[in-house]
Design a protein around this ligand. Sequence first.
Ligand SMILES: NC(=O)c1ccc[n+]([C@@H]2O[C@H](COP(=O)([O-])OP(=O)(O)OC[C@H]3O[C@@H](n4cnc5c(N)ncnc54)[C@H](OP(=O)(O)O)[C@@H]3O)[C@@H](O)[C@H]2O)c1
Length: 423
Amino acid sequence: MQSLLSSSVLANPCTTGSPLFPPTAAKLAAAASVPVAAAARSGAIAAVSRRSASGGRCVVAAASSSSPAVTTAEAGEVPATMKAWAYDDYGDGSVLKLNDAAAVPDIADDQVLVRVAAAALNPVDAKRRAGKFKATDSPLPTVPGYDVAGVVVKAGRKVKGLKEGDEVYGNISEKALEGPKQSGSLAEYTAVEEKLLALKPKSLGFAQAAGLPLAIETAHEGLERAGFSAGKSILILGGAGGVGSLAIQVNQPDTHHHCISIHQLNLHLTFTWPERTSRTLQLAKHVYGASKVAATASTPKLELLKSLGADVAIDYTKENFEDLPDKYDVVLDAVGQGEKAVKVVKEGGSVVVLTGAVVPPGFRFVVTSDGSVLEKLNPYLESGKVKPLVDPKGPFAFSQVVEAFSYLETGRATGKVVISPIP
Ligand SMILES: NC(=O)c1ccc[n+]([C@@H]2O[C@H](COP(=O)([O-])OP(=O)(O)OC[C@H]3O[C@@H](n4cnc5c(N)ncnc54)[C@H](OP(=O)(O)O)[C@@H]3O)[C@@H](O)[C@H]2O)c1
């Protein structure tokens, strides 16, 4: 696995800067460029090919002029090496280094190789980098990143549903804390099990799609585990964050389309959850009947909470939610306020804790990545009725990954911190 991150000792005309990790000759030989089928569509991005050190060809893609983000697939070959952010020691943001010649990961039979167009950061990326999960982490060095949106450029022998050229998105590590991928999404290529991916909604750009997977899977799984159902009320602690902003949306209490302009953030959001009877879409069915959705945030984000669908927006800088008279059937704690959260849950209700202390009857879970959840939500994303919330400070350029981590770690992000385009 070490070789996965290896740098070429040879000068690589596709890259600049110093190698971070030593190469193995075998890996470099094996990783010589592999042809893949052309995946370009009309109006596609320009692809510029150059000779690589191994004699293969590098493909550098430039975004379509029609969108600030990469909007379509690319044609070309898989090079031997790639640009990737990586760290070989735990610590603060200074451990992050841009490796200009990391080895492109190999794929297993059930995996596809994704040419990454956009990635998103989650708090778990920062906690993992700090060494909080080192006991169950994959070995160093690590290319961080769980969330990805990009194009399939190679498919393993047992891959049935995806093919080269497919535009996909997903959370690349099935278990966030138990052996997450060593070669993550903050790179030009990443290897992902087919079952963790879904086709990207065509209506979403790569940057928008990249912000969804881990957060929406967490919101979905949390509400399912809480047994959220028609007529129940919910309080979401941390309503403006990546998870909270999606949890509010999936609790829209009626079947009308909500067209909301958030002028402050220059965003336009539309949401709906049509009634369905399938098991997986029980979430949508249940959320229609939510009797009340409350959420907490600081003063400048109260309008956003309301726009996302909250009936009650609680300013945590002015009020203690636990001192208010209202009680809720479900409390989703995305902040780490477990002790207070249990004070506002009704008898027999559920307190879903995503971080911090767990006080009975609260319970905690760690999200499981599942492409089928994204697939089932895709029609609503595809139609534009549900949209992701990308923090307006982004998307961050690939060269600004350290700054993006710093911003995420302020704990003040609104929606998702996205990196795009890549590279
Ligand atoms: N267990 C799991 O599987 C799982 C999955 C995903 C996430 N998580 C965890 O859940 C937490 C939230 O994740 P995230 O991605 O939503 O984080 P995030 O996007 O970084 O959250 C940032 C948001 O938190 C809000 N916030 C901070 N302090 C607050 C407070 N005291 N009250 C209300 N809101 C507050 C901020 O709003 P203001 O600026 O208004 O303060 C900001 O908008 C993280 O600790 C993450 O590690 C766990």
